[in-house]
Design a protein around this ligand. Structure first.
Ligand SMILES: [Zn+2]
Length: 179
């Protein structure tokens, strides 16, 4: 936690505002039993793309929140380059999404909570500001970090409990009943 606090940069009210929308989208993902991650793309103070994680329901491993928000934003501006745009996402992007963000030429990423297992914006890998790639993105982390991380940990805790409960039900059912 203390490490997270040290990494936290001063954020303005805009960042808070747009992260709040990304957070609502993450909650929407959860309502569909998807891992709760939400993202928005902002250009000149306006949201031009929104997405939430929907890999399971759309049978699409690429259907991450960032991917959906970026696709929508590209269509909105009629351009495959999202210059001067900022992506807000509740969880640090994975390597796939980090690669997409570099391709999109997005200017800035603001994420909520770090992903210490696969985060590719500095936690495990750093694909978004690598000098070896042809585009570097400014990263701000820790906006609504607590809320974003709690949403995820509550989701996984609930899912583990549900799995355990269903295993126990199966066990009970397989025990032969004496009469
Ligand atoms: Zn991703």
């Amino acid at each position: 936690m203390s490490e997270l606090m040290n990494n936290t940069k001063i954020t303005d009210s805009h960042d808070q505002h747009f992260m709040q929308r990304a957070f609502e989208l993450a909650q929407l993902a959860e309502s569909h039993e998807e891992i709760p991650v939400g993202a928005v793309v902002v250009h000149q103070g306006k949201i031009i793309g929104e997405g939430y994680n929907q890999s399971i329901m759309s049978h699409d491993p690429s259907a991450h929140a960032e991917m959906i928000a970026i696709r929508q934003a590209g269509k909105r501006v009629n351009n495959y380059r999202l210059l001067d745009c900022t992506l807000y996402v509740t969880l640090e992007p994975c390597p796939m999404c980090a690669g997409l963000l570099v391709h999109s030429r997005i200017e800035r990423i603001v994420y909520g909570t770090p992903d210490l297992k696969t985060g590719a914006a500095g936690s495990v890998f750093n694909l978004v500001s690598s000098e070896q790639l042809n585009h570097q993105i400014t990263v701000t982390s820790g906006v609504m970090a607590k809320e974003c991380s709690q949403l995820l940990s509550n989701f996984f805790r609930r899912r583990r409990a549900e799995k355990k409960a269903s295993r126990n039900t199966v066990k009970r059912q397989s025990i032969p009943q004496k009469k």
